[in-house]
Structure formats: structure tokens, C-alpha cells
Design a protein. Structure first.
Lengths: 109, 115
């Protein structure tokens, strides 16, 4: 069945450094969504990408959807302590939503 | 509207007992999802409803799990004869439109601990 994989599993950065997490699907996706989960919190929707090669920006966050619509990335420029959390990508399966295992980001002030 | 709510927030039970969780979605959201999340993992899909109809159920879900959404409003998830492996965070999410690709709004979750 469809699998959604994310790397790295963990990333620890110094405040001000950049951060990137990568998402790969075993099958072509109609769209991909990104969520952020703060420690002790629940997943919160960040963005949805639909088009092949699409790039969207939200302030310091840049999201990209691959040309083949099987991979995606999230890049954060100049991380801040407020960026701490786990970032999940998710793609639709046959009749469900498949989440990756997430990349846990910690930021050292 | 204050978002998706779930009750209880925490549940501790002994192995073999039955538990029931409740989810109240955002008003007028016609899709409701249940997920299970364990430490270090992403949400794992369990089941979803469109209005009152249960349209999909994960093959990973044993017969001990059952979910209902009477009248297409709130939903309940029941686990019978709980096992220690059922310990997890149970998340509910709702979405406003009919497609599986719609944005999902998650509730705070119910943390289940089975002793």
C-alpha cells in the first residue's frame, strides 16, 4: 500500500540556522498537506500543495511539491524558538489520509 | 465556534475494560476522522464519516473498535476489552467539504493509558 516517508526523523539546530524536512511518497499524490504539532499539542494545518512543481511561501517557510508529485519539502529560513515542534506531511490514500512519521525540530537559543 | 473538542482528555483504564471517547466536530463540517497517534509517530488513520455514514475503516482496526456518528454531528469511538497496546493518543479531526483532500482540523485528543 501507499507509504509516506519523512527524513530526517530529528533535527536540532541553532537559532538562526535553516531547516529542511523531506517527504516522499511511494505513489503519486493528488496533493500533499503539511501540519505542525507543538510539543503536547495536536496537528495544525499549515498548507496544501496541489500542482506539480508548486512552491508556496508563508513568511520564513517555503513549501515545494515535486514535479512527479511524489515528494515534497518544507524549508524554514532562520529558525526561531517558536518553530519548535514536529512537522508532518500527509497525502491522500484510497479513502484515507496517510501521515509521515514527522520530523521533530528542536531549536537552541 | 471554538474548534474540534474531544472528551475526556485523559483516560486511564485497566486491561479488559471498555472505554468510549467523544468528538464534537466544528459545526457544519460533514467529514469526521479518527486517528491514533503513538509516541514518535504520525497520526494513523482509523476511520472516517461523511455525515452519519461510515465510509472507510482501516484494516488495522480490530473488531474491538467501533465508531458511530449518529445524526451526523458528534462521534463516539469505543474500544472493547482494552489491551495495553491500545495505549495511545486518539485524535479526532473534521473537515468542511466532501473530499478526502480537504484541510483537517484536529481536536486536542484523548490520551488513553491501559494498565
Amino acid at each position: 500500500g501507499q507509504q509516506v516517508m519523512q527524513i530526517p526523523q530529528y533535527q536540532h539546530v541553532q537559532e538562526g540556522e535553516d531547516f529542511t524536512t523531506y517527504c516522499n511518497s511511494s505513489t503519486t499524490l493528488s496533493n500533499i498537506q503539511w501540519y505542525k504539532q507543538r510539543p503536547g499539542g495536536h496537528p495544525v494545518f499549515l498548507i496544501q500543495l496541489v500542482k506539480s512543481g508548486e512552491v508556496k511561501k508563508q513568511k520564513r517557510l517555503t513549501f515545494q511539491f515535486g514535479e512527479a508529485k511524489k515528494n515534497s519539502s518544507l524549508h524554514i529560513t532562520a529558525t526561531q524558538t517558536t518553530d519548535v515542534g514536529t512537522y508532518f506531511c500527509a497525502g491522500p490514500g484510497n479513502n484515507d489520509m496517510r501521515f509521515g512519521a514527522g520530523t521533530r525540530l528542536t531549536v537552541k537559543p | 465556534d471554538t474548534g474540534v473538542s474531544q472528551n475526556p482528555r485523559h483516560k486511564i483504564t485497566k486491561r479488559g475494560q471498555n472505554v468510549t471517547f467523544r468528538c464534537d466536530p466544528i459545526s457544519e463540517h460533514n467529514r469526521l476522522y479518527w486517528y491514533r497517534q503513538t509516541l514518535g509517530q504520525g497520526p494513523e488513520f482509523l476511520t472516517y464519516f461523511q455525515n452519519e455514514a461510515q465510509l472507510e475503516k482501516s484494516r488495522l482496526l480490530s473488531d474491538r473498535f467501533s465508531a458511530e456518528r449518529p445524526k451526523g454531528s458528534f462521534s463516539t469511538l469505543e474500544i472493547q476489552r482494552t489491551e495495553q497496546g491500545d495505549s495511545a493518543m486518539y485524535l479526532c479531526a473534521s473537515s468542511p467539504l466532501g473530499g478526502v483532500t480537504d484541510t483537517q482540523y484536529f481536536g486536542p485528543g484523548t490520551r488513553l493509558t491501559v494498565l
